[in-house]
Every structure is written in structure tokens, then in C-alpha cells.
Design a protein around this ligand. Structure first.
Ligand SMILES: Cc1cc2nc3c(=O)[nH]c(=O)nc-3n(C[C@H](O)[C@H](O)[C@H](O)COP(=O)(O)O)c2cc1C
Length: 166
């Protein structure tokens, strides 16, 4: 693969599990997004805050700084499904960094609602990126999670190889 980075946000660890499995399999760089102000520890309070932020389009300031994003040409972007869409720190990342011309590969974990608008939101915020097939899973403890990620990654690697020759 080309120079690859995984960027994700995770509140309760599921998206982190997926991100780390991808990293193990590809051996690429990994960045966890941290907002300047962490979300509350309470689920209910986080759900309420997220609802407000998503409704108003609030993009939290990120504590995480990514050096030399221009060096990467493949970026995996991971988010939990929050209210049917990406978590606000992921929106902050997508708005703050220019991913034009890069290959973007979304992944998402959810609590039963599936991907809902997660992938289409990433696509709409990255109109100048080539967005490849996503990986979507319920929670982060699925027993065949590793195998599913591995199958998905081999498809993705073929697509990326194909793009190289365009
Ligand atoms: C603020 C908030 C909003 C959520 N909204 C949804 C939702 O709309 N649909 C859904 O399927 N799951 C929803 N969930 C569940 C998470 O998507 C699910 O637990 C996910 O795997 C959490 O990822 P994480 O452990 O990386 O934070 C929500 C969870 C939180 C905290």
C-alpha cells in the first residue's frame, strides 16, 4: 500500500478496537482524535451534548495535531455512529485537514442502527477525495471481527493497487 494513516475518534472503545486491528494488519500510522474538551463520562450526558452539537453543526477544537498529513495518500477515517452521522471530532478533522486527491476509506461502528448517514456524510465533506468501500460493524466485540476486517482490507488493497495505475 501507499503511505497510509488511520484517523479515528472513539468514545467507548469500539472504533478504537477496529482502528487497532486495521493498524495491526497494515502496520501503518494511527492517530486517535482527542477533542480539547473531552466528552463527559456519562453516556446520557454525552448523548445530549452530541445531539446539540450535531444539530448546530458545532465542530469541537481538537487537541490532536497531525503533522505532515500531506505525506499520506491513503487515509482511513473511523467514527462511531452518533445520531445517525459522524461524531463531531471526526467532522472537525475532515474540515480542518485538506484530503483533496487522497484515498479516503471510512469505517464505522454502531449500536444497532447501521451506518445510517455516516458514509454519505464523509463523502459529502470530502468531495475531492476518492472514497472507497467502507467497513461497518455493530459494536466492537463481534467474534469474527478480525476475519471480516481482513477480508475487507484485501478488497481495499486490490482497489488501491488498481488506482495506482490510473
Ligand atoms: C452520543 C451517542 C450517539 C449514538 N447514536 C447512535 C445512533 O444514532 N445509532 C446507532 O446505531 N448507535 C448510536 N450510538 C452507539 C454507538 O454508535 C456505538 O456504541 C459505537 O460502537 C460506539 O463507538 P465507540 O466505542 O468507538 O465510541 C450512539 C452512541 C453515543 C455515545
Amino acid at each position: 500500500m501507499r503511505k497510509t494513516l488511520i484517523v479515528y475518534y472513539s468514545w467507548s472503545g469500539n472504533t478504537r478496537t477496529v482502528a487497532k486491528l486495521i493498524q495491526e494488519m497494515l502496520g501503518c500510522d494511527l492517530v486517535e482524535l482527542q477533542p480539547e474538551e473531552p466528552y463527559p463520562n456519562s453516556y446520557e450526558a454525552t448523548v445530549e451534548q452530541a445531539k446539540r452539537e450535531i444539530r448546530t453543526g458545532h465542530k469541537p477544537t481538537l487537541r490532536t495535531k497531525i503533522e505532515h498529513i500531506e505525506l499520506y495518500d491513503v487515509i482511513f477515517v473511523g467514527s462511531p455512529n452518533w445520531w445517525g452521522t459522524i461524531a463531531p471530532p471526526v467532522m472537525s478533522f475532515l474540515k480542518q485537514y485538506d484530503l483533496s486527491g487522497k484515498i479516503v476509506i471510512p469505517f464505522c461502528t454502531h449500536g444497532g442502527g447501521g451506518k445510517q448517514r455516516v458514509i454519505e456524510t464523509i463523502k459529502s465533506v470530502c468531495p475531492n477525495s476518492k472514497v472507497l468501500k467502507e467497513f461497518v460493524t455493530y459494536g466492537g466485540r463481534n467474534k469474527d471481527l478480525k476475519e471480516k476486517i481482513s477480508i475487507w482490507l484485501s478488497e481495499i488493497e486490490k482497489q488501491v493497487q488498481g488506482l495506482k495505475h490510473q
